[in-house]
Design a protein. Structure first.
Length: 266
């Protein structure tokens, strides 16, 4: 009998790309809030998700440098379970509930890619980089201090998709209006049988169940953000019209699974 939570299933089950949840994450984030064209942002929402009229066009671009583990100290296998990622979160609503909708996501390894697909994140492979800070003082280590600057970028197939810069101004004990909404994604797996391409086998809106969420070393500052126009991508359609705060922080949280909000196959 073949075993394993995910593909490839194998006799022992250890070849599976990822283990089953719960999953635990910890890392550093550089994020920039911005406002895009509300009409274009609305076009990125699926059936059942509506724009949040109270904060029209508001979004957050997130660059993350993190590691992951399940129940068997997977973080001791850093080549597999360290990751850098980028995603967009749009302010939206589901049946009157304020949510964050993820239209695009990028990661730099296959384990993170599959884990994201299983949870509904529309992940693609990319190279994601951000300025790091270290415990040892050095000109090469950006300090968490007033007027210190951090940068991040993402590229795929030899083309730059996004670039950000944050200049820290003040420390904060919370993220007001940023990353304080439940994230809703879409689990979408198409059929490959002839005539069935438009009738997906799985099409669900799901809410990620996150627990033990912690933010620390939060710094708020001035943000800069650009999305160049790139062939084969549509990220630039959600480009900023106005840029707001930039933030830099460390975080940890656990994911126990997803709750299905609605089945769109019917």
């Amino acid at each position: 009998m073949l075993k394993g939570f995910a593909v490839p299933r194998s006799p022992l089950g250890t070849a599976a790309l990822i283990p089953p949840p719960p999953w635990h994450f910890a890392g550093d984030v550089l994020a920039v809030e911005y406002w895009g064209d509300p009409d274009l942002s609305a076009n990125a929402l699926p059936q059942g998700i509506a724009p949040d009229v109270r904060c029209t066009g508001h979004a957050v671009a997130i660059f993350a440098d993190y590691q992951f583990t399940a129940q068997n100290e997977e973080y001791l296998d850093p080549a597999r379970y360290q990751c850098r990622g980028f995603l967009i979160l749009l302010d939206a609503e589901w049946r009157g509930l304020p949510i964050a909708w993820c239209p695009y996501a990028f990661v730099d390894n296959d384990a993170a890619l599959l884990r994201g697909w299983i949870c509904g994140y529309p992940g693609k492979l990319a190279s994601v980089q951000q300025t790091r800070t270290f415990a040892a003082n050095s000109a090469a280590s950006a300090p968490l201090a007033h007027n210190s600057s951090f940068a991040a970028c993402i590229s795929a197939h030899g083309q730059q998709l996004a670039q950000a810069r944050v200049t820290l101004r003040e420390r904060s004990d919370r993220l007001v209006g940023l990353l304080d909404r439940p994230i809703v994604t879409r689990r979408y797996f198409p059929r490959v049988t002839a005539g069935g391409y438009e009738r997906p086998a799985v099409d669900e809106l799901v809410l990620c169940i996150s627990k033990n969420i912690s933010f620390t070393n939060i710094w708020i500052g001035d943000g800069q953000l650009t999305f160049p126009e790139v062939y084969g991508e549509e990220l630039d359609i959600l480009a900023p019209i106005k840029v707001g705060r930039g933030v830099r922080f460390s975080y940890s949280y656990s994911v126990s699974g997803c709750r299905v909000l609605s089945d769109l196959t019917g």
